[in-house]
Ligand binder design. Structure first.
Ligand code: UD1
Ligand code: CA
Length: 463
């Protein structure tokens, strides 16, 4: 199969400098959704027609399996498909899609292609309460058994008379056409119509005139054919998409406090008996083991979490791997390169970056741990800071197994705390701390007998 995706339009009603198909739904450009769906059908060619936005669209979605054809100026949907003709393989049919219709299911496209079979033209149609603006599917008389009559042609809203405008079956724009016929019919298009455009839809009447069957298929859900023309429609489609993702998660056994308050911008894979509280955002690839719970208002981006781990509310976790039975948050921030072992605890206002912390170690309050290797059963006290950056280069802090880092400690990297070492509270460690010993850098505590607080000088009255 060949696939042609039309994406040259301006999208004036988006009121944006960004080409319409690059606006994001679930974190991915609209056109990206269409291409992802199409790829599941394993087509032999994918040709994208771009125009408005210049090279921005091909640059944003560049991939080795895509051919790009520029349409300039944009003289209609038929003219757009003409630009793809040099790329198409005549031995396979051509499926035509729009880059601004992001939610079409692969199964719907497969059904359309199967309905059309080898020699027919296939149209995806829907019946709408309000068909205003759409091309109408004009059919011949219904069959004796009540089946819809054969398709005769498509008439665009602007070209339709009142009787035609009363038809509620509309063209979604998605169609599949035998490629040699597509070439011939496009060559015969004229722009003699209300919009002075080369209408792709005019090929339907040409097919009928040649006795080629025009088959139709309907999507499982009307929303599969909705296009994005404004920010309002984009927001509506985002909610529809998120609701279908949430429903699939529920169906798979994931507990959601509220399926209308979760956003998955990528892929969320969860084991058994996981639970997600309200207002969580999942980005990229997030993998949860069994019995993982995610508290309210968390953002997880490319994170893997082991079974039994609890993420408390208000955490931001990014490119991190967390072992089983850990407890993270509330208010924890894990930055890229954080790898935590099982039964670890990372508490409130703890930031970690590029740090491995092994099993059963804890950093429960107020700490910055960056570029560190932390062993097992280590306790990192409140206010601990790894001074990993000297203004020019980053350095590593090593904390070996069973070390105890007292509160308000600075570890000036590169530095190593030996196994079982204890650092007294307030230590500023600039050299390695030996294993098993107490290291303190505090000045000795002294008390000054008879010391008096300064008293405020009496105000001298102004003359
Ligand atoms: C088109 C169909 C109409 C259908 C409707 C469904 C035609 C003539 N009409 O109408 O039957 O009901 O879609 O939404 O096909 N595009 C280009 N180059 C162009 C013109 C359009 O790439 O020169 C792209 C647009 O970016 C868009 C798609 O084609 O993605 C559809 O164009 P649009 O102008 O929205 O078509 P409609 O007039 O809505
Ligand atoms: Ca449109």
């Amino acid at each position: 199969m060949n696939v042609v995706v039309l994406a040259a339009g301006l999208g004036k009603r988006m009121r944006s400098d960004v080409p319409k198909v690059l606006h994001r739904l679930a974190g991915r450009p609209l056109l990206g959704h269409v291409l992802d769906t199409v790829r599941t059908l394993s087509p032999s060619r994918i040709v994208v027609i771009h125009g408005h936005g210049g090279e921005a669209v091909p640059t944003a979605l560049a991939a080795p399996d895509l051919a790009w054809a520029k349409q300039e100026p944009q003289l209609g949907t038929g003219h757009a498909v003409m630009q793809a003709l040099p790329h198409l393989d005549d031995a396979a049919p051509t499926l035509i899609l729009y880059g601004d219709v992001p939610l079409t299911r692969a199964g719907t496209l497969r059904a359309l292609v199967e309905t059309a079979g080898a020699g027919a033209l296939g149209l995806l149609t829907v019946d709408l309460q309000d068909p205003t603006g759409y091309g109408r599917i004009v059919r011949g008389a219904a069959a004796a058994d009540g089946a819809r009559g054969p398709v005769r042609r498509i008439v665009e809203h602007k070209d339709a008379d009142d009787a035609t405008r009363a038809i509620r079956e509309v063209n979604t724009g998605i169609m599949v056409v035998p490629t040699p016929m597509l070439r011939r019919w496009l060559g015969a298009l004229s722009n003699d119509n209300a919009q002075r455009e080369y209408y792709l839809t005019d090929i339907v009447a040409m097919a009928v005139a040649e006795g080629v069957t025009v088959a139709t298929a309907q999507p499982a859900h009307d929303w599969e054919t909705l296009g994005v023309n404004s920010k309002t429609q984009l927001a509506e489609l985002e909610r529809i998409h998120q609701r279908t993702v949430a429903d699939a998660l529920l169906e798979a056994g994931v507990g959601l406090a509220d399926p209308s308050r979760i956003d998955v911008r990528g892929r969320l894979v969860a084991g058994r008996d996981c639970f997600v509280d309200v207002n969580c955002v999942f980005e990229g690839e997030v993998v949860l083991g069994d019995r993982v719970s995610i508290g309210a208002n968390c953002v997880l981006s490319n994170v893997t979490i082991g079974s039994g781990t609890e993420v408390l509310p208000m955490c931001h976790l990014e490119s991190a791997v967390i072992g089983a039975d850990a407890r993270i948050g509330p208010f924890a921030r894990l930055r890229p390169g954080t790898v935590l072992g099982e039964h670890t605890h990372v508490g409130n206002f703890v930031e970690m970056k590029n740090t491995r912390m092994a099993a059963r170690s804890k950093a429960n309050h107020l700490a910055y741990v960056g570029d560190a290797k932390v062993g097992e059963r280590v306790n990192i006290g409140a206010g601990t800071i790894t001074c990993n950056y000297d203004g020019a280069n980053k350095h590593v802090t090593v904390i070996e197994d069973d070390a105890f880092i007292g509160s308000d400690t600075q570890l000036v990297a590169p530095v190593t705390v030996g196994a079982g070492a204890t650092l007294g509270a307030g230590t500023t460690l600039t050299r390695d701390a030996p294993a098993g010993q107490l290291t303190v850098t505090r000045v000795k505590q002294t008390s000054v007998p008879g010391w008096k607080r300064p008293v405020k000088a009496p105000k001298v009255p102004k003359e």
